[in-house]
Design a protein around this ligand. Sequence first.
Ligand code: GRG
Length: 299
Amino acid sequence: MTITTEFQHWASAHQQRIEARLLALLPNSDLAPQRLHRAMRYAVLGRGKRVRPLLAFAAGEVAAADAGRVEVAGAAVELIHAYSLVHDDLPCMDDDVLRRGKPTCHVEFDEATALLAGDALQSLAFQLLAEYRVADDPKSQLEMVRLLAAAAGSRGMAGGQAIDLAATGASLTLPELEYMHIHKTGALIRASTLLGARCGRPLEAAELDRLDRFSKCIGLAFQVVDDVLDTEATTATLGKTAGKDAKHNKPTYVSVLGVNEAKKLAGELRGDALAALDGFGARAQRLRELADFIVLRKF
Ligand code: GRG
């Protein structure tokens, strides 16, 4: 398992690409209401790994998608992700002061502005998917809107967050933990891959199913690594408060399995993710490399 320089160049070029597109798509901060627009831009732009748009670009390559379309779909997913981080950091949820190496949105602005910024980022994500042409036919485009809405909603990310809040202080079994993370973190990762692929030529149901299996495994691997990093990395490296899970008595893969077994599980999930891509050949090379990036990441 290695990260090649060639992949790093690809990732960096695509991170710059999505950054530029987000910069252009977000409302200008001199446009009224300026404070809200400044908060939205603050929450989205700058540091951030952009893993979800990268997954969209990589899945787009499987379906020979137009990169301009994937930029819009990737931006939509990243806006939902940014909104979830802003709301997650609020005092009524995780109550954190540091995100992406800078003060959280409600600390920099205020709680009401942060709440509204999250709301408006979510709306903007769907506006983009409705406004820009991202698929060949309107039916496919509508399916993309549906996919993202389902991933973000009560049966996806928001539902996962509700389960997470209810689980604080409780002990969960491994299947319960998995169920929570399939929703909280996994749903949006899955949507990133599927939306990227749907920007391109229509894939067969079996191909979409394989991408879905890849996404499910890599979404869980992402969370397992996140839990390990929370115990092993520093606040400075992560750009967010380290050691928070144990402090808040949250059940995690590390608390349930121990750090070594959690690392082993991340490796197994990577193996399952790669196996799901069998049959795609060179078209899925970026997805394979991203799987390694997700497992090997240090922040
Ligand atoms: C508030 C509806 C609502 C949902 C919040 C995603 C989430 C649900 C909360 C974030 C808390 C958290 C630490 C989740 C674990 C995994 C995760 C999503 C980490 C942050 O994502 P990265 O590492 O962040 O991709 P960057 O900053 O690189 O974009």
